[in-house]
Design a protein around this ligand. Structure first.
Ligand code: SAM
Length: 301
């Protein structure tokens, strides 16, 4: 499928210049946003599904944005990918199969494959171009994970996959864009019903669920939609520097209420046994990350 080249003089709504320097303005929020000085545009195109740009920035390294929203940067990606993966996997303790929805940059896949006891990992990503371009311009994100024998990559819509597959998984991770464009369907009840049907008993579903201070409605809407389907529909958090506005929330859904309260000694033993080197995740942080701010507790009432 040929990429539709974006002519160089086609104004991006995100591109502007400030004292002679080209800058990229994130347009996730109408009245406020972070801005990056663009040292070099590595790639920019309108794919079949979304506008994709990858550029270099002195502070954050290579940065990828989709439809005007920062998706990942070389410098801080480890925070998000470690917390999205090691919290559910080490809480579960004996997962054999993982499903990743989205995750085109490959960071989730890379972290999941560090769990050597896993038998297989399926990743369902709607946009092949995101995978191809991130492999080329953000190679450390996937770090060879796409060539791993246990990795099975499906190009398709995550909601169609979970509503149709006959496979079942111990862990399901939705690493999607924000609920707009192709990512919108990954925040619907239909998607969550699909998750419920392909999650093994004792399994856990986690999903990126926005920055709670600015996207509180995303948190309450997800809670409303997950609660009828799972005994436990909750959240955990981590502060990811370039997901601006405060803590990033991760949805947590399971029928095994004990999974959220695994004791520290067990987490530590599993972490040690897994022999995984992390830069953000620790067992103590794992325990602490389920503590939510009062404004979220109030909003979820
Ligand atoms: N970490 C980022 C965040 O929190 O915003 C998300 C990273 S990843 C780049 C998001 C991926 O979701 C993209 O590769 C995008 O193509 C994919 N995606 C969006 N909608 C999808 C859908 N309906 N099915 C499967 N993948 C989807």
């Amino acid at each position: 499928m040929r990429l539709q080249a974006v002519s160089s003089n086609q104004a991006w709504s995100n591109k502007s210049s400030q004292n002679g320097r080209k800058t990229y303005l994130e347009t996730l929020y109408p009245a406020w946003g972070q801005q990056f000085v663009i040292d070099e545009v590595l790639f920019e195109a309108q794919t079949e599904h979304q506008h994709l740009v990858i550029f270099n920035n002195a502070q954050w390294g290579s940065v990828m944005a989709l439809d005007g929203v920062i998706q990942t940067t070389e410098k801080d990606e480890f925070v998000y990918h470690e917390m999205m993966v090691h919290v559910p996997l080490l809480a579960h303790g004996h997962a054999k199969s993982v499903l990743i929805i989205g995750g085109g940059d490959g960071g989730i896949l890379r972290e999941v494959l560090k769990h050597s006891a896993l038998e297989h990992v399926t990743q369902v990503e709607i946009d092949q171009q995101v995978i191809d371009l991130c492999r080329e311009h953000l190679p450390n994100h996937s770090a060879g994970a796409y060539d791993h024998p246990k990795a099975h990559i499906v190009i398709g819509d995550g909601v169609e996959f979970v509503t149709k597959t006959t496979q079942k998984f111990d862990i399901i991770i939705s690493d999607s864009t924000d609920p707009m464009g192709p990512g919108e369907v990954l925040f619907t009840s239909r998607f969550y019903q699909g998750i419920q049907r392909c999650l093994n008993s004792g399994g856990v579903f986690v999903a990126q669920n926005g920055v709670s201070f600015l996207q509180t409605t995303e948190v309450t809407t997800t809670h409303k939609r997950l609660s009828p389907l799972f005994k436990e529909a909750s959240f955990y958090s981590a502060a990811v520097p370039t997901y601006v506005g405060g803590i990033m929330m991760f949805a947590w859904a399971t029928d095994d209420m004990a999974l959220k309260n695994v004791d520290l000694a067990t987490l530590q033993a599993r972490f040690t046994q897994a022999e995984i080197k992390t830069r953000f995740y620790t067992p103590l942080l794992h325990q602490a990350c389920f503590a939510l701010p009062q404004y979220i507790m109030e909003a979820l009432k």
